[in-house]
Design a protein around this ligand. Structure first.
Ligand SMILES: [Zn+2]
Length: 252
């Protein structure tokens, strides 16, 4: 294992990128400034910066940091993630507006999500079949993420982790390494109508509640015929924790 590539001066630059993104969101009237999807998809400036194109908001030092982060190979740090690569935001995204639901009497929100059209259509068919067969359905808790959004999420996590690089890369994938950025084989995080999974339950309890549910058992039997596959099965070779909510549209 190597010591990480990000330096103390990178912290200042990362903070500056995060401040600009935040300011941009407020200026554009984002209801929730944490809702990164809104601006990073509607505003391509940060994405262009990722691709190395000139943008006045992103300075030389910021672009250099973005390039440095894009060059990091997580395998070097013991994370055997698969490289998806950094690609342009696809044009076939379906927008799902924010909506509320309840879990244990508490109100929750899923902020704006985007999903590629083929994955969305397949999800809708699968959801309708589940409703018909077991009388219960599901929502998309997380869909497409642009590489710029993933970069932002990583920088935010790095900041929240007290700038501990190794902690951050275990919690948030680097840009180019998330299946949520893969518009060809779009990954979605599924949330059941019951409100499971919920962060407050903790990892072990969430997995237990989710895997014992009728909805999950139905998915195991039926998701494949709608083109969805579970990416991170228990003890997977990718070295990523079991994620019963993370399903990838692989097609039929
Ligand atoms: Zn996921």
């Amino acid at each position: 294992m190597q010591s990480h590539p990000l330096t103390a001066s990178d912290i200042l630059i990362a903070d500056s990128i995060l401040r600009k993104v935040f300011k941009d969101k407020v200026l554009r009237g984002a209801k929730n400034p944490e809702d990164g999807n809104i601006l990073l998809i509607s505003d391509f400036s940060y994405f262009d910066a990722l691709l190395g194109d000139f943008h006045s908001d992103i300075g030389m030092r910021e672009r250099a940091l973005i390039k440095k982060i894009l060059a990091i190979n997580p395998k070097t740090y013991g994370i055997p993630a698969t490289k998806i690569g950094v690609h342009r935001v696809p044009k076939n995204l379906v927008k799902i507006p924010p909506h509320r639901y309840e879990y244990r009497g508490e109100s929750r929100v899923i902020w704006t999500q985007y999903v590629t059209r083929p994955a969305y259509q397949a999800f809708q068919k699968m959801n309708a079949a589940m409703q018909r067969e077991i009388g219960s359905g599901m929502r998309i808790a997380s869909g497409y993420r642009s590489p710029a959004y993933q970069l932002h999420a990583f920088l935010r996590q790095w900041q929240l982790s007290g700038y501990r690089f190794l902690s951050a890369i275990r919690l948030v994938a680097l840009p180019g390494y998330s299946e949520h950025c893969d518009s060809k084989h779009q990954a979605i995080d599924i949330l059941f109508e019951s409100g499971i999974p919920d962060n407050l339950d903790g990892y072990a309890q969430t997995v237990k509640l989710m895997t014992r549910s009728r909805e999950y058992q139905w998915l195991l039997k039926n998701a494949r015929r709608f083109g969805f596959a579970l990416s991170y099965v228990p003890k997977n070779a990718k070295g990523i924790k079991f994620e019963p909510w993370h399903w990838r549209y692989v097609g039929k």
